[in-house]
Design a protein around this ligand. Structure first.
Ligand code: NAD
Ligand code: MG
Length: 383
């Protein structure tokens, strides 16, 4: 029996992780955490019977306590609750499927206690790769990627020596606005941005896919996970999303992992690595697919990707600012308070405004995050 905990159980990755638990009786859920959806959390508790549960919102936690008062489950709230969940003695694997930087501290706490990390939350490595990777090494803790591209790279590296990597080819669908120019993006609505051509995901990451910030975050994540230089990571637009990423080796051989665009495969792979379990989902039909195409990303229009390379080059706390400014800007866009292209302006402004701290501590990362938020509030107050 493998005992797992899920941070972000009510979200897109969280609920798909629970689908996998449903199909694999040797997985046991011992802990669940989410933001504020007490109703769904109650259902999950009744079905999966965890012993510990966290609602980040205090109000939702109070509501949940009443809903599950007939069950032997402890309910907690806030960051304290997330940190308590992260170190639960019986938990072996923590699936980090929370959205945003809030996942950072619980992930560090879990690694410190030797928990295996199935990592979906990309903000963790983007902001603190220099802390997480050495810590995981020191503790002998595997960081197993859940993000489909990183899982594909991980699978393509199976049994190969890292020194033999020539480059990583990170694939991108290009998002819903692929092919458009900047002037065609001025009046993009929230509804437009939430229509992803291939993947069904949470709202924030769906917007990030349309700006290519998601790909930018993935480039930074790949640098840390696979210990490669930024110049060794090339983004390839592949609109069919069948090749989930590739690795080119020094002899020119390219290894790729292909499959349908379905997060259940990478989630399941992380949960059972190095084993492969049967999965009864739709398979790639190459005759139906007929062709696969590839393009260079348009980084002049979709500046989110170019800015990620700039943040990587600046290093230290700059990727945190890139990420935090994006989090804030996307939330303003989703609330219809700013226009689509202003997301780029706010990220760029926050990055220009920031003085890089080399190898920031967790405290300094959180301060850089707050600075980026304050910068955006200031800009908006002045406009
Ligand atoms: P989502 O918005 O669907 O779900 C987010 C989850 O986090 C929810 O359960 C929510 O309740 C919880 N949450 C939010 N704030 C919280 C807080 N303060 N405390 C506790 N829980 C909180 O997001 P998602 O699409 O599932 O993405 C989750 C993470 O996985 C993100 O970092 C995303 O970049 C990454 N990811 C997602 C996909 C995908 O296909 N959805 C693919 C690759 C990576
Ligand atoms: Mg991805």
């Amino acid at each position: 029996m493998k005992k797992i905990g899920i941070l972000g159980s009510t979200g897109s990755i969280g609920t798909q992780t629970l689908d996998i638990v449903r199909n694999n009786p040797d997985l046991q859920v011992v802990a669940l955490a989410a933001g504020s959806n007490a109703e769904l959390m109650e259902k999950q508790i009744r079905e999966f019977k965890p012993s510990f549960c966290v609602m980040f919102s205090e109000k939702a936690a109070e509501d949940l306590k009443i809903r599950v008062s007939d069950l032997p489950v402890k309910v907690s709230c806030g960051m304290e609750g997330l940190l308590e969940l992260a170190i639960l003695p019986e938990m072996e694997v923590l699936v980090t499927a929370i959205v945003g930087m809030i996942g950072l501290r619980p992930t560090i706490a879990a690694i410190e206690k030797g928990k295996t990390i199935a990592l979906a939350n990309k903000e963790t490595l983007v902001t603190a790769g220099h802390i997480i990777m050495p810590l995981a090494k020191k503790m002998g803790v595997p960081i197993l990627p859940v993000d489909s591209e990183h899982s594909a790279i991980f699978q393509s590296l199976n049994g190969e020596k890292k020194e033999r990597i020539s480059k990583i080819l990170l694939t991108a669908s290009g998002g819903p606005f692929r092919g458009r120019k900047r002037e065609e993006l001025t009046d993009i609505t929230v509804e437009d941005a939430l229509k992803h051509p291939n993947w069904s995901m949470g709202r924030k990451i769906t917007v990030d896919s349309s700006t290519l910030v998601n790909k930018g975050l993935e480039v930074i994540e790949a640098k840390w996970l696979f210990e490669v230089e930024p110049e060794q990571i090339e983004v390839v637009v592949h609109p069919q999303s069948i090749i989930h990423s590739m690795v080119e080796y020094v002899d020119g051989a390219v290894m790729a992992q292909l499959g349908m665009p379905d997060m259940k495969l990478p989630i399941q792979y992380a949960l059972f690595y190095p084993d492969r379990r049967p999965m009864h989902e739709k398979r790639v039909d190459f005759f139906e697919l007929a062709s696969m195409t590839f393009e260079k990303p348009d980084t002049d229009t979709f500046k989110g990707l170019a800015m990620a390379y700039e943040a990587l080059k600046a290093g230290g706390s700059m990727p945190t600012v890139y990420n935090a400014a994006n989090e804030k800007a996307v939330s303003l866009f989703l609330d219809k308070k700013i226009k689509f292209l202003e997301i780029y302006d706010l990220i760029q402004g926050a990055m220009e405004n920031h003085k890089v701290i080399k190898a920031p501590s967790v405290e300094e990362i959180l301060t850089a995050e707050q600075e980026a938020y304050d910068y955006i509030s200031d800009v908006r107050r002045r406009s």
